[in-house]
Write a protein that binds this ligand. Structure first.
Ligand SMILES: *Cc1c(COP(=O)(O)O)cnc(C)c1O
Ligand SMILES: [Zn+2]
Length: 389
């Protein structure tokens, strides 16, 4: 079963006991995100995956739940890889693929992280889970809490499309609408969680959502027959997926499932929240608070990612880059992909298509390189903000 050993702080190295409830590093001056560590030297073979279910729990040795009976699952993960079809003329000779996360429960890849976090919380005896959200994480938390027989409390910006709010209420969560952005939701919920003893699963302030999202990295390797693509584009909000995929590659190298070759990682941000892009190109190790207001890609409206240092480190280690895309460009891409590919993808995912075209035109993406774009969610939840004509 799970080969979880402990939690380690990537900044100061402090080891934390994984048998008790954890949030961030206990070192007062550090407070970094914690990374779960597993025993990866025991010679686990890829063949264990044979006959496993087509969900992210097929990688259960490298997920944090010790006793399987606590797993709260709705079939998340093992999403398809779909090659670009009728838009192939615009890939200009490269092989470009989508990893399409839109079919996950509640319509986004948030299901992966939340399934892992809710399951582990259940195992640790937690009953009430709260989160600030830009939309999709709240819906996922509400659904998995319902499934797990737990209570969910969600703080969401008032400006978020109605579907995101309605789904939370339908799944029985308590929803608080906040006049502000996700940072404002975070501040408010911090105060209330402390008073009411709620457990928070805010992005990268809780160790196990990262573990769930990491499974995308395992799937990418398995689905490409253990040969990673050359470039991966990722729409970056809090950065959990980007960091998680990178962590999975490290783990699989230790397991000797893959070699040391790594893709270049590209963080794509909305023009509204471009702190990572600015910090990356200025050579800085932390990002500045950046909030230019409304964006149709609500998942990308994260003015200051908690794990900005780690995101920037991954981009540099991978020899990747970072780029911003405007709402107008996302909207054009979303429609182009719908009309030509039959995929109604989230604006966050659509941003990657424009980012690909730009980095191909500038020759940052080289001829013959294999490229993967991660469509993180379904477009259906965003239609309120898409002008259809
Ligand atoms: C949350 C979200 C993102 C950003 O994910 P992070 O892991 O926070 O970077 C991107 N796309 C969609 C659809 C999301 O819901
Ligand atoms: Zn630390």
């Amino acid at each position: 079963m799970s080969l979880l050993v402990n939690l380690k702080c990537p900044e100061c190295g402090t080891i934390h006991n994984a048998r008790v409830i954890n949030t961030v590093c206990i070192n007062e001056n550090c407070r970094s995100t914690l990374f779960a560590q597993y025993n990866l030297t025991g010679g686990v073979s890829k063949s264990v995956l044979q006959n496993r279910p087509a969900t992210m729990w097929r990688y259960k040795e490298f997920l944090p739940v010790i006793d399987e009976k606590y797993i709260v699952t709705l079939g998340e993960g093992f999403t398809p890889i779909i090659p670009v079809g009728n838009l192939k003329q615009f890939t200009l000779g490269n092989e470009v693929f989508w990893k399409d996360e839109s079919g996950n429960p509640t319509g986004s890849f948030k299901a992966r992280g939340i399934s892992a976090a809710v399951s582990k919380a259940k195992e640790l005896g937690i009953q009430t889970i709260a989160t600030p959200t830009a939309g999709n994480a709240g819906g996922a938390l509400a659904a998995y809490a319902a499934r797990g027989g737990m209570k969910a409390i969600v703080y969401m910006p008032k400006q978020t499309p109605k579907v995101f709010k309605d789904e939370c209420r339908l799944y029985g969560a308590e929803l608080v609408e906040v006049d502000g952005n996700i940072s404002d939701c975070g501040k408010l919920i911090n105060e209330h969680a402390l008073l009411n003893n709620w457990f928070q699963v805010s992005t990268l302030k809780e160790p196990y959502r990262l573990e769930g999202k990491k499974t995308m990295g395992y799937e990418i390797a398995e689905q490409f027959n253990w040969q990673l693509p050359d470039v991966i584009f990722y729409p970056t909000g809090g950065g959990t997926g980007l960091i998680g995929i990178w962590k999975a590659f490290d783990e699989m190298e230790q397991l000797e499932w893959i070699d040391s070759k790594r893709p270049r990682m590209v963080a794509v941000q909305s023009q509204s929240c471009d702190g990572i892009v600015k910090a990356f190109h200025a050579g800085q190790y932390v990002s500045e608070f950046a909030d230019g207001g409304f964006t149709i890609a609500n998942g990308l409206r994260v003015p200051k990612p908690y794990a900005d240092k780690v995101i920037l480190k991954v981009l540099r280690e991978s020899k990747g880059t970072a780029i911003t895309i405007s709402d107008e460009e996302m909207s054009v891409a979303l429609k182009e992909i719908a009309r030509n590919e039959g995929m109604l993808i989230a604006p966050e995912g659509a941003s990657l298509w424009q980012a690909y075209k730009k980095l191909k035109a500038s020759q940052w993406v080289k001829p013959g390189e294999k490229v993967l774009l991660i469509n993180t969610g379904s477009g259906y939840k965003y239609l309120e903000n898409i002008i259809v004509q």
